[in-house]
Design a protein around this ligand. Structure first.
Ligand code: FES
Length: 561
């Protein structure tokens, strides 16, 4: 049994214990309601600036019910909330800041355990990073996805189908009235994006890591079972206050193996790679891109969800969600990994009714023999780059083409929207200065829109490479996270329009086919990139953020093993 750390705040020998208790009485909270009870923090990312998480106010009420019923004292508190839709230049710029907020609020307050409420892309990663650093018993309640979109008889997924319809708008096949109707049809309930984008991926990862109760990842935000699992999580946190486990007892190397296996089997977001690297760094677990490559080769693609497949998160939930997926993956998992339930991952698994074997396949019915994300190296990405093969065009996975280089997002948008832009289907579109330093903040610009001049010819995909990220809802033959990025002098900074580039997914390489002497000449003539910030948080970010292949955490936040 752990001693309640909250008792340190209520030592009867200390004046401030009296003062603290009096502030509780000031809220009408009696001694009977609070005295000697485990204090359970409810770390809430609800915000009107983050519509995906807005409903977490209601989810917190369900958590509180569970805490009171189990004999605890719930204390809800806010932290920074990162909304993918609104934050500029990128929510990713602030992920580490949010993780520091989470860590310090947990550590600095009289909390015995914490329930972490997140949803939109960066919020669950930041919650897990902060909780791993604070290392006080904690579990996650994901906010859940939106209901499926529906528009003129079609079922639509946010992000993925939004982009497809926006391309129809760009080419005049939909008008302003169509888009106004689509706005109301594609996102029709609270919750996060309902394809296997980054938010869905990170909810799945949280469950596979063992950081949620079983079954927490997939229920839609408005499903009654979302509230039920929130209540159960509140009750479980009360038990964890004295029994543990602590986050770093759960976040072990075998837990990361399980999470990466589930990630690959789901064809999930490339962003999850960055977040898992960062969470592992906070937990003191060695993890590298090579681990993703190795586990990907062993993990068949089992989940048929958009953006790579056909279905949406509602379908995934009704097919049994993460628990069905993990059950199917059992032979590939470490079933002895401890979870926040107090049981192992294997013990959590119950026989599940599988309603649609189309949505979550069995191992012998896999959609593809290995996982969707591959690591590319070569003289353009010496420290690694990623491609999500499951969302790419098979005929482009072995490509040679001449580069067309964009130095900024504005330049890129101007040219792809210019109907006279000279581009061929075998050109390689290159966007640089979009990494952690260059963006700044590593924005999701990597899915460069198809040039209008190619769309007019019926071309639906071309090779695109960048040091940016892309939304987990995106698709296409897109090489991302090139490391080191151009803004700190990575080889991407040396590419000129017309240069030959060779992409070979089979040999895991991305190569600029130029002589070494020419590359050295260009490197010597390179003009340094001017930093975006000279003060404040931005400057702290630029000084300490690590590159994509390390997870983009601040160097001073990692756990020293
Ligand atoms: Fe929040 Fe997609 S915009 S999850």
């Amino acid at each position: 049994m752990r001693q309640l750390r909250s008792l340190d705040w209520f030592d009867p020998r200390e004046y401030y214990s009296f003062a603290r208790k009096s502030t509780l009485r000031a809220q009408g909270l009696t001694r009977a309601a609070t005295e000697g009870k485990p204090v359970i923090g409810i770390c809430n990312t609800a915000s009107e600036l983050n519509p995906c998480n807005r409903h977490l106010t209601q989810v917190a009420e369900a958590v509180k019910r569970g805490v009171w019923a189990a004999g605890g004292f719930p204390c809800e508190f806010p932290v920074i909330s990162l909304g993918e839709m609104f934050l500029k230049p990128s929510a990713m710029l602030y992920r580490n800041l949010m993780s520091m907020d989470v860590e310090e609020m947990i550590r600095g307050n009289p909390l015995d355990a914490v329930v972490l409420l997140g949803g939109c892309d960066k919020t669950i990663p930041a919650l897990l990073m902060g909780a791993a650093s604070a290392n006080i018993p904690a579990l996650v309640v994901p906010g859940g996805p939106m209901l499926s979109g529906t528009f003129r008889g079609q079922t639509l997924g946010s992000g993925t189908d939004g982009r497809k319809h926006f391309d129809l708008y760009r080419t005049g096949k939909l008008n302003d009235d169509d888009m106004a109707e689509l706005e109301c049809s594609i996102a029709r309930s609270p919750g996060h994006c309902m394809v296997m984008g980054t938010a869905s991926s990170m909810a799945l990862v949280a469950e596979a890591l063992g950081m949620t109760l079983p079954g927490a990842a997939a229920w839609p935000a408005v499903d009654s079972r979302r509230m039920a699992i929130a209540e159960q999580s509140g009750a479980r946190a009360v038990a964890m206050a004295t029994a543990g486990p602590e986050p770093r007892e759960v976040l072990t190397s075998i837990a990361f193996h399980n999470a990466i296996t589930a990630l690959m089997a789901a064809g999930a977001s490339t962003n999850a790679v960055i977040h898992l690297l960062a969470i592992a760094g906070r937990a003191g677990v060695p993890l590298s891109l090579d681990d993703f490559e190795r586990i990907s080769a062993l993990s068949p693609l089992l989940v048929d969800l958009k953006p790579h497949g056909r279905y949406l998160m509602e379908d995934f939930a009704y097919a049994g969600g993460a628990q069905t997926l993990l059950t199917h993956l059992s032979p590939l998992l470490h079933l002895d990994a401890l979870t926040v339930s107090g049981h192992s991952l294997g013990q959590n698994m119950a026989p599940h009714r599988l309603h649609s074997q189309d949505v979550i396949r069995r191992l012998d019915q896999a959609l593809s023999p290995d996982g969707g994300i591959k690591v590319l190296r070569g003289n353009l990405s010496p420290n690694g780059a990623l491609i999500k093969v499951s969302a790419a065009s098979p005929h482009l996975l072995e490509s040679r083409g001449r580069a067309i280089v964009f130095n900024s997002k504005d330049e890129m948008l101007a040219r792809v929207n210019d109907e006279s832009f000279p581009v061929e289907p075998d050109n390689v579109l290159v966007l640089r200065h979009a990494g952690p330093h260059g963006g700044p903040g590593f924005p999701e610009w990597g899915q460069i829109p198809l040039p209008k001049s190619l769309m007019a010819r019926g071309i639906t995909d071309v090779v695109r490479i960048s040091d940016a990220r892309m939304s987990g809802t995106s698709y296409g033959t897109v090489v991302l996270h090139i490391s080191p990025e151009a803004a700190i002098g990575g080889p991407l900074s040396l590419v000129e329009t017309g240069d030959p580039i060779h992409l070979s997914v089979a040999s895991r390489s991305l190569t600029l086919d130029l002589p070494e002497a020419e590359l050295a000449r260009r490197a010597a003539a390179r003009v340094p990139f001017q930093p975006h910030y000279t003060r404040g948080y931005g400057q702290l970010f630029l000084r300490h953020v690590e590159q994509a292949h390390l997870g983009c955490d601040f160097d001073f936040l990692k756990l020293n093993p």
